[in-house]
Design a protein around this ligand. Sequence first.
Ligand code: XIL
Length: 352
Amino acid sequence: MRGNKLIFGSILIFALLNAAICPAQSKPLRALAEKRGVYIGTAVAMKPLKNEPVYRKTIEREFNIIVAENAFKWSSVRPAKDKFYFKDTDRLVKFAETNKMKLRGHTLVWHRQIPKWLIEGNFTRDETIKILKEHIKTIVRRYKGKILAWDVVNEAIDDQTGKFRIDSFWYQKLGSDYIKLAFEWAREADPTAKLYYNDYSVEGLNAKSEGVYNLLQELKKQKVPIDGIGWQMHVENGFRIEPQHRINAGRLTDLNLELSITEMDVRLKLPAASEDLQKQAAAYRDVADFCLAQTACKALLIWGFTDKYSWIPKEFKNTGGALIFNEFYKTKPAYAALQESFVKAGQTGDNR
Ligand code: XIL
Protein backbone atom coordinates (compact mmCIF):
# COMPACT_ATOMS: atom_id res chain seq x y z
CA MET A 1 0.00 0.00 0.00
CA ARG A 2 2.72 2.35 1.09
CA GLY A 3 4.75 1.39 -1.96
CA ASN A 4 1.83 2.21 -4.23
CA LYS A 5 1.43 5.61 -2.66
CA LEU A 6 5.09 6.24 -3.13
CA ILE A 7 4.95 5.32 -6.81
CA PHE A 8 1.81 7.41 -7.33
CA GLY A 9 3.44 10.34 -5.54
CA SER A 10 6.56 10.11 -7.69
CA ILE A 11 4.52 10.00 -10.88
CA LEU A 12 2.55 13.04 -9.79
CA ILE A 13 5.69 14.98 -8.92
CA PHE A 14 7.25 13.98 -12.23
CA ALA A 15 4.16 15.11 -14.15
CA LEU A 16 4.03 18.44 -12.32
CA LEU A 17 7.71 19.05 -12.85
CA ASN A 18 7.39 18.20 -16.50
CA ALA A 19 4.49 20.61 -16.95
CA ALA A 20 6.43 23.35 -15.17
CA ILE A 21 9.61 22.84 -17.17
CA CYS A 22 7.88 22.28 -20.47
CA PRO A 23 4.52 24.09 -20.52
CA ALA A 24 2.45 23.67 -23.67
CA GLN A 25 3.20 27.27 -24.66
CA SER A 26 6.90 26.54 -24.93
CA LYS A 27 6.37 23.96 -27.64
CA PRO A 28 7.21 24.82 -31.24
CA LEU A 29 4.33 26.00 -33.41
CA ARG A 30 4.52 22.85 -35.51
CA ALA A 31 3.90 20.54 -32.56
CA LEU A 32 0.99 22.65 -31.36
CA ALA A 33 -0.57 22.93 -34.83
CA GLU A 34 -0.30 19.19 -35.43
CA LYS A 35 -2.37 18.57 -32.32
CA ARG A 36 -5.06 20.82 -33.77
CA GLY A 37 -4.99 19.19 -37.21
CA VAL A 38 -4.04 22.42 -38.94
CA TYR A 39 -1.03 23.41 -41.02
CA ILE A 40 1.27 26.23 -39.94
CA GLY A 41 3.72 27.33 -42.56
CA THR A 42 6.12 29.79 -44.06
CA ALA A 43 7.43 30.98 -47.38
CA VAL A 44 11.00 29.80 -47.95
CA ALA A 45 13.79 31.68 -49.71
CA MET A 46 16.37 29.46 -51.39
CA LYS A 47 19.52 31.40 -50.51
CA PRO A 48 19.31 31.27 -46.72
CA LEU A 49 17.90 27.73 -46.94
CA LYS A 50 21.14 26.70 -48.60
CA ASN A 51 23.54 28.91 -46.65
CA GLU A 52 22.21 29.57 -43.18
CA PRO A 53 21.72 26.55 -40.88
CA VAL A 54 19.70 28.48 -38.29
CA TYR A 55 17.24 29.50 -41.02
CA ARG A 56 16.81 25.89 -42.08
CA LYS A 57 16.62 24.51 -38.55
CA THR A 58 14.01 27.03 -37.52
CA ILE A 59 11.80 25.99 -40.42
CA GLU A 60 12.22 22.31 -39.55
CA ARG A 61 11.26 22.95 -35.96
CA GLU A 62 8.38 25.38 -36.38
CA PHE A 63 6.47 24.55 -39.55
CA ASN A 64 4.67 21.63 -41.15
CA ILE A 65 3.95 23.26 -44.50
CA ILE A 66 6.13 25.41 -46.75
CA VAL A 67 5.81 27.41 -49.95
CA ALA A 68 8.57 28.75 -52.17
CA GLU A 69 8.89 32.51 -51.97
CA ASN A 70 10.08 32.69 -55.58
CA ALA A 71 11.40 29.34 -56.84
CA PHE A 72 8.22 28.18 -58.60
CA LYS A 73 7.54 31.48 -60.34
CA TRP A 74 8.01 31.86 -64.10
CA SER A 75 11.08 34.09 -63.70
CA SER A 76 12.83 31.35 -61.70
CA VAL A 77 11.56 28.15 -63.21
CA ARG A 78 11.33 29.08 -66.90
CA PRO A 79 14.52 30.88 -68.00
CA ALA A 80 13.72 30.34 -71.70
CA LYS A 81 10.85 29.11 -73.83
CA ASP A 82 12.36 25.68 -74.18
CA LYS A 83 14.10 25.53 -70.86
CA PHE A 84 12.90 24.77 -67.35
CA TYR A 85 15.08 25.19 -64.27
CA PHE A 86 14.13 22.66 -61.62
CA LYS A 87 17.18 22.56 -59.38
CA ASP A 88 15.71 24.78 -56.67
CA THR A 89 12.18 23.43 -56.86
CA ASP A 90 13.49 19.84 -56.68
CA ARG A 91 15.57 20.79 -53.68
CA LEU A 92 12.59 22.33 -51.92
CA VAL A 93 10.35 19.36 -52.60
CA LYS A 94 13.01 17.07 -51.20
CA PHE A 95 13.44 19.28 -48.14
CA ALA A 96 9.70 19.08 -47.48
CA GLU A 97 9.68 15.30 -47.93
CA THR A 98 12.66 14.74 -45.66
CA ASN A 99 11.01 16.78 -42.94
CA LYS A 100 7.50 15.40 -43.44
CA MET A 101 6.13 18.79 -44.37
CA LYS A 102 3.40 19.61 -46.86
CA LEU A 103 4.11 21.92 -49.75
CA ARG A 104 2.05 24.63 -51.45
CA GLY A 105 2.81 25.38 -55.08
CA HIS A 106 3.07 29.10 -55.84
CA THR A 107 2.21 30.07 -58.53
CA LEU A 108 1.23 29.05 -62.08
CA VAL A 109 -0.29 32.23 -63.51
CA TRP A 110 0.59 35.69 -62.21
CA HIS A 111 1.12 39.05 -63.88
CA ARG A 112 4.40 39.67 -62.03
CA GLN A 113 7.80 37.98 -62.25
CA ILE A 114 7.24 36.92 -65.86
CA PRO A 115 10.42 36.48 -67.94
CA LYS A 116 11.38 38.97 -70.62
CA TRP A 117 11.43 36.33 -73.35
CA LEU A 118 7.70 35.85 -72.84
CA ILE A 119 6.64 39.49 -72.55
CA GLU A 120 8.75 40.61 -75.46
CA GLY A 121 8.29 37.47 -77.55
CA ASN A 122 5.47 38.81 -79.75
CA PHE A 123 3.65 35.52 -79.46
CA THR A 124 0.18 35.15 -80.95
CA ARG A 125 -2.81 34.24 -78.82
CA ASP A 126 -2.57 30.60 -79.86
CA GLU A 127 1.14 30.46 -79.21
CA THR A 128 0.67 32.00 -75.78
CA ILE A 129 -2.02 29.46 -74.91
CA LYS A 130 0.33 26.68 -75.98
CA ILE A 131 3.19 28.06 -73.86
CA LEU A 132 0.95 28.41 -70.80
CA LYS A 133 -0.49 24.93 -71.20
CA GLU A 134 2.95 23.42 -71.57
CA HIS A 135 4.12 25.35 -68.50
CA ILE A 136 1.31 24.18 -66.26
CA LYS A 137 1.35 20.59 -67.48
CA THR A 138 5.12 20.24 -67.17
CA ILE A 139 5.41 21.62 -63.66
CA VAL A 140 2.28 20.17 -62.14
CA ARG A 141 3.01 16.73 -63.61
CA ARG A 142 6.60 16.78 -62.39
CA TYR A 143 5.45 17.27 -58.79
CA LYS A 144 2.28 15.23 -59.03
CA GLY A 145 1.23 13.88 -55.64
CA LYS A 146 3.79 16.06 -53.86
CA ILE A 147 1.95 19.37 -53.73
CA LEU A 148 -0.92 19.74 -51.30
CA ALA A 149 -2.33 22.80 -53.04
CA TRP A 150 -1.48 24.94 -56.05
CA ASP A 151 -2.05 28.67 -56.33
CA VAL A 152 -3.17 28.19 -59.91
CA VAL A 153 -4.11 31.82 -60.48
CA ASN A 154 -2.68 34.67 -58.44
CA GLU A 155 -4.03 38.25 -58.21
CA ALA A 156 -6.25 38.37 -61.30
CA ILE A 157 -8.68 40.96 -59.92
CA ASP A 158 -8.15 44.73 -59.80
CA ASP A 159 -7.99 46.37 -56.36
CA GLN A 160 -10.33 49.27 -57.13
CA THR A 161 -12.86 48.00 -59.64
CA GLY A 162 -13.20 44.34 -58.70
CA LYS A 163 -13.02 43.56 -62.43
CA PHE A 164 -10.23 41.69 -64.18
CA ARG A 165 -6.88 43.38 -63.74
CA ILE A 166 -6.01 44.94 -67.10
CA ASP A 167 -2.32 45.47 -66.35
CA SER A 168 -1.81 41.75 -66.77
CA PHE A 169 0.08 40.10 -69.59
CA TRP A 170 -2.29 37.14 -69.41
CA TYR A 171 -5.45 39.21 -69.56
CA GLN A 172 -4.12 41.35 -72.38
CA LYS A 173 -3.12 38.33 -74.44
CA LEU A 174 -5.88 35.88 -73.62
CA GLY A 175 -8.80 37.74 -72.07
CA SER A 176 -10.33 36.12 -68.99
CA ASP A 177 -10.34 32.64 -70.62
CA TYR A 178 -6.92 31.83 -69.22
CA ILE A 179 -8.35 31.38 -65.73
CA LYS A 180 -10.68 28.53 -66.61
CA LEU A 181 -8.05 26.90 -68.83
CA ALA A 182 -5.35 27.10 -66.16
CA PHE A 183 -7.51 25.33 -63.60
CA GLU A 184 -8.49 22.62 -66.08
CA TRP A 185 -4.90 21.93 -67.13
CA ALA A 186 -3.76 21.82 -63.50
CA ARG A 187 -6.50 19.34 -62.60
CA GLU A 188 -5.61 17.10 -65.55
CA ALA A 189 -1.96 17.15 -64.56
CA ASP A 190 -2.53 16.33 -60.88
CA PRO A 191 -6.03 15.30 -59.86
CA THR A 192 -5.01 15.04 -56.18
CA ALA A 193 -3.76 18.59 -55.60
CA LYS A 194 -6.17 21.21 -54.27
CA LEU A 195 -6.46 24.07 -56.72
CA TYR A 196 -6.62 27.63 -55.39
CA TYR A 197 -7.32 31.17 -56.46
CA ASN A 198 -5.03 33.43 -54.36
CA ASP A 199 -5.16 37.20 -53.79
CA TYR A 200 -4.48 40.11 -51.37
CA SER A 201 -6.93 42.58 -49.79
CA VAL A 202 -9.76 40.14 -50.31
CA GLU A 203 -10.39 39.07 -46.71
CA GLY A 204 -12.82 41.89 -45.87
CA LEU A 205 -15.91 43.11 -47.69
CA ASN A 206 -14.92 45.54 -50.45
CA ALA A 207 -15.07 46.01 -54.23
CA LYS A 208 -12.18 43.62 -54.79
CA SER A 209 -13.47 40.81 -52.60
CA GLU A 210 -16.87 41.24 -54.25
CA GLY A 211 -15.18 40.79 -57.63
CA VAL A 212 -13.33 37.72 -56.41
CA TYR A 213 -16.51 36.25 -54.97
CA ASN A 214 -18.33 36.78 -58.28
CA LEU A 215 -15.47 35.21 -60.22
CA LEU A 216 -15.34 32.14 -58.00
CA GLN A 217 -19.11 31.76 -58.03
CA GLU A 218 -19.04 31.87 -61.83
CA LEU A 219 -16.19 29.34 -62.03
CA LYS A 220 -18.08 26.99 -59.75
CA LYS A 221 -21.20 27.43 -61.87
CA GLN A 222 -19.21 26.49 -64.96
CA LYS A 223 -17.83 23.44 -63.13
CA VAL A 224 -14.26 24.70 -63.36
CA PRO A 225 -12.12 22.57 -61.02
CA ILE A 226 -11.35 24.96 -58.18
CA ASP A 227 -11.10 23.88 -54.55
CA GLY A 228 -9.97 26.83 -52.52
CA ILE A 229 -9.47 30.51 -51.93
CA GLY A 230 -6.18 31.83 -50.58
CA TRP A 231 -6.24 35.01 -48.56
CA GLN A 232 -2.71 36.37 -48.73
CA MET A 233 -3.20 38.78 -45.82
CA HIS A 234 -0.30 41.18 -46.20
CA VAL A 235 -1.87 43.52 -43.65
CA GLU A 236 -0.95 46.73 -41.83
CA ASN A 237 -0.44 46.81 -38.10
CA GLY A 238 -3.71 47.36 -36.26
CA PHE A 239 -5.48 44.66 -38.27
CA ARG A 240 -8.16 42.79 -36.31
CA ILE A 241 -10.65 40.14 -37.35
CA GLU A 242 -14.08 41.75 -37.69
CA PRO A 243 -17.56 40.51 -38.59
CA GLN A 244 -16.91 41.33 -42.26
CA HIS A 245 -14.20 38.67 -42.37
CA ARG A 246 -16.51 35.99 -40.99
CA ILE A 247 -19.27 37.01 -43.40
CA ASN A 248 -16.87 36.86 -46.35
CA ALA A 249 -15.43 33.49 -45.26
CA GLY A 250 -18.97 32.21 -44.82
CA ARG A 251 -20.10 33.08 -48.33
CA LEU A 252 -16.92 31.65 -49.86
CA THR A 253 -17.13 28.38 -47.97
CA ASP A 254 -20.80 28.18 -48.95
CA LEU A 255 -19.47 27.88 -52.51
CA ASN A 256 -17.86 24.68 -51.27
CA LEU A 257 -14.39 26.19 -51.24
CA GLU A 258 -11.76 25.62 -48.61
CA LEU A 259 -9.80 28.55 -47.26
CA SER A 260 -6.14 29.06 -46.44
CA ILE A 261 -4.27 32.07 -45.17
CA THR A 262 -1.37 31.92 -47.59
CA GLU A 263 1.06 34.83 -47.13
CA MET A 264 0.40 36.60 -43.87
CA ASP A 265 2.60 39.38 -42.57
CA VAL A 266 1.79 42.40 -40.42
CA ARG A 267 3.94 45.37 -41.35
CA LEU A 268 4.96 47.97 -38.80
CA LYS A 269 5.66 51.62 -39.45
CA LEU A 270 9.32 52.17 -38.60
CA PRO A 271 10.70 52.95 -36.10
CA ALA A 272 8.48 50.61 -34.08
CA ALA A 273 7.80 50.81 -30.33
CA SER A 274 7.04 47.94 -27.98
CA GLU A 275 3.29 48.63 -28.07
CA ASP A 276 3.43 48.15 -31.84
CA LEU A 277 4.71 44.64 -31.25
CA GLN A 278 1.79 43.94 -28.91
CA LYS A 279 -0.63 45.23 -31.53
CA GLN A 280 1.05 43.04 -34.11
CA ALA A 281 0.70 40.03 -31.81
CA ALA A 282 -3.04 40.74 -31.55
CA ALA A 283 -3.36 40.61 -35.34
CA TYR A 284 -1.57 37.26 -35.58
CA ARG A 285 -3.60 35.90 -32.65
CA ASP A 286 -6.89 36.99 -34.22
CA VAL A 287 -6.09 35.34 -37.53
CA ALA A 288 -4.96 32.10 -35.88
CA ASP A 289 -8.09 32.02 -33.66
CA PHE A 290 -10.22 32.70 -36.73
CA CYS A 291 -8.61 29.94 -38.79
CA LEU A 292 -8.73 27.39 -35.99
CA ALA A 293 -12.39 28.05 -35.32
CA GLN A 294 -13.56 26.79 -38.71
CA THR A 295 -12.97 23.48 -40.41
CA ALA A 296 -12.86 25.12 -43.86
CA CYS A 297 -9.61 26.87 -42.91
CA LYS A 298 -6.84 24.40 -43.65
CA ALA A 299 -3.61 26.31 -43.24
CA LEU A 300 -2.02 29.48 -41.97
CA LEU A 301 1.19 30.42 -43.76
CA ILE A 302 3.29 33.49 -43.16
CA TRP A 303 5.39 35.13 -45.85
CA GLY A 304 8.74 34.31 -44.28
CA PHE A 305 9.32 34.05 -40.55
CA THR A 306 12.39 36.16 -39.70
CA ASP A 307 12.56 39.91 -40.20
CA LYS A 308 16.01 39.29 -41.61
CA TYR A 309 14.42 38.05 -44.82
CA SER A 310 11.16 39.75 -45.63
CA TRP A 311 9.91 41.38 -48.80
CA ILE A 312 8.16 44.14 -46.84
CA PRO A 313 10.90 46.80 -46.48
CA LYS A 314 11.62 46.57 -50.22
CA GLU A 315 7.99 46.84 -51.27
CA PHE A 316 6.50 49.24 -48.68
CA LYS A 317 8.57 52.31 -47.79
CA ASN A 318 9.48 52.92 -44.12
CA THR A 319 7.86 49.74 -42.93
CA GLY A 320 9.22 46.41 -41.73
CA GLY A 321 9.32 44.07 -38.75
CA ALA A 322 6.35 42.19 -40.20
CA LEU A 323 7.16 38.64 -39.10
CA ILE A 324 7.23 36.54 -35.92
CA PHE A 325 11.00 36.25 -35.35
CA ASN A 326 13.28 39.27 -35.32
CA GLU A 327 16.37 39.50 -37.52
CA PHE A 328 18.40 37.58 -34.90
CA TYR A 329 15.92 34.68 -34.87
CA LYS A 330 14.52 35.71 -31.46
CA THR A 331 10.80 35.16 -31.06
CA LYS A 332 8.57 38.25 -30.96
CA PRO A 333 5.26 38.69 -29.08
CA ALA A 334 3.50 37.58 -32.28
CA TYR A 335 5.15 34.17 -31.97
CA ALA A 336 3.87 33.70 -28.42
CA ALA A 337 0.42 34.84 -29.56
CA LEU A 338 0.32 32.04 -32.15
CA GLN A 339 1.42 29.50 -29.55
CA GLU A 340 -1.28 30.67 -27.15
CA SER A 341 -3.91 30.57 -29.84
CA PHE A 342 -3.08 26.94 -30.72
CA VAL A 343 -3.02 25.92 -27.04
CA LYS A 344 -6.30 27.68 -26.29
CA ALA A 345 -8.02 26.05 -29.26
CA GLY A 346 -7.01 22.70 -27.78
CA GLN A 347 -8.50 23.52 -24.41
CA THR A 348 -11.82 24.88 -25.60
CA GLY A 349 -12.37 21.85 -27.84
CA ASP A 350 -13.28 23.76 -30.99
CA ASN A 351 -15.02 22.16 -33.91
CA ARG A 352 -11.99 20.70 -35.70
C1 XIL B 1 7.18 38.51 -53.47
C2 XIL B 1 8.50 37.98 -52.96
O1 XIL B 1 8.45 37.90 -51.57
C3 XIL B 1 9.65 38.87 -53.40
O2 XIL B 1 10.89 38.28 -53.06
C4 XIL B 1 9.58 39.13 -54.90
O3 XIL B 1 10.57 40.04 -55.26
C5 XIL B 1 8.20 39.65 -55.29
O4 XIL B 1 7.22 38.74 -54.86
N1 XIL B 1 2.06 38.31 -53.40
C6 XIL B 1 2.53 37.10 -53.84
C7 XIL B 1 3.95 36.74 -53.63
O5 XIL B 1 1.73 36.29 -54.31
O6 XIL B 1 4.44 35.90 -54.64
C8 XIL B 1 4.83 37.97 -53.51
O7 XIL B 1 6.16 37.57 -53.22
C9 XIL B 1 4.27 38.91 -52.49
C10 XIL B 1 2.89 39.36 -52.87
